[in-house]
Design a protein around this ligand. Structure first.
Ligand SMILES: N[C@@H](CCC(=O)N[C@@H](CS)C(=O)NCC(=O)O)C(=O)O
Length: 211
């Protein structure tokens, strides 16, 4: 049995949901309520993810963590359809775009970072929202310039970079980031969300939505 430890609004979990759907893997979902702090409970940390974060994927009896590592595992064990292009330089380009999001935007805007800004560092909601928008705008400005001619960030078919883009666009909208300067990203996001693998993974379509 494959179980995804998930939360509807987690963008890292959203990436894994898309990848599982693209690869045609059926899975059960175990909701970890990030608002009530279930990710920090000892049972979850001991059994599933010592980092106290989602996602985690239990597959083949092993608990895997870190969304990009989980997606690499899926790519290695289920090669079709590929999430990376064939040519090494193209693969590096797609990985780089995915990492702009997963390594350089998302970690700065994670819940625990926002809580630290508000709590120990004493910042108000306005400052925290400005911080959140700033790092998206900075990353998206670079990413907009890195897009190629294809309908997807990853080229002719959706892949790793698109899997990272769509959840980050969801976050950007949620925090009212002005997307007008990012017209290529907007159209790529739209093309992806029209596909059922992406639609099924959307936060509003999850069983724990609104919790
Ligand atoms: N680099 C990790 C990031 C995981 C992560 O930050 N997950 C967030 C939700 S998107 C989380 O669980 N946050 C809980 C918290 O900050 O307490 C990955 O890609 O899996």
């Amino acid at each position: 049995m494959t179980v995804l430890y998930d939360y509807w609004r987690s963008s890292a979990a959203y990436r894994v949901r898309i990848a599982l759907n693209l690869k045609g893997v059926s899975y059960e979902q175990e909701s970890v309520n990030l608002v009530s702090g279930a990710q920090s409970e000892a049972g979850y940390r001991d059994r599933i993810n010592p980092q106290g974060l989602v996602p985690a994927l239990v597959i083949g009896g092993v608990a895997l963590t870190q969304s990009l590592a989980i997606i690499d595992y899926l790519e290695e064990t289920i090669p079709e359809p590929p999430l990376l292009p064939e040519q090494p330089a193209e693969r590096a380009r797609v990985r780089a775009m995915a990492q702009v999001i997963a390594c350089d935007i998302h970690p700065l805007n994670n819940l625990r970072v926002l809580k630290y800004l508000k709590g120990p560092l004493g910042q108000g909601q306005e400052a925290v929202d400005a911080w959140y928008r700033h790092w998206i705008q900075e990353g998206f400005t670079a990413l907009e310039r890195q897009t190629g001619a294809g309908p997807y960030l990853s080229g002719d078919r959706p892949g790793l970079a698109d899997i990272c883009l769509v959840p980050q666009m969801y976050n950007a909208r949620r925090f009212n980031v002005d997307l007008d300067p990012f017209s290529r990203l907007v159209s790529i996001d739209e093309a992806c969300r029209a596909l059922s693998a992406f639609d099924k993974a959307a936060p509003e379509n999850q069983p724990d939505a609104q919790r």
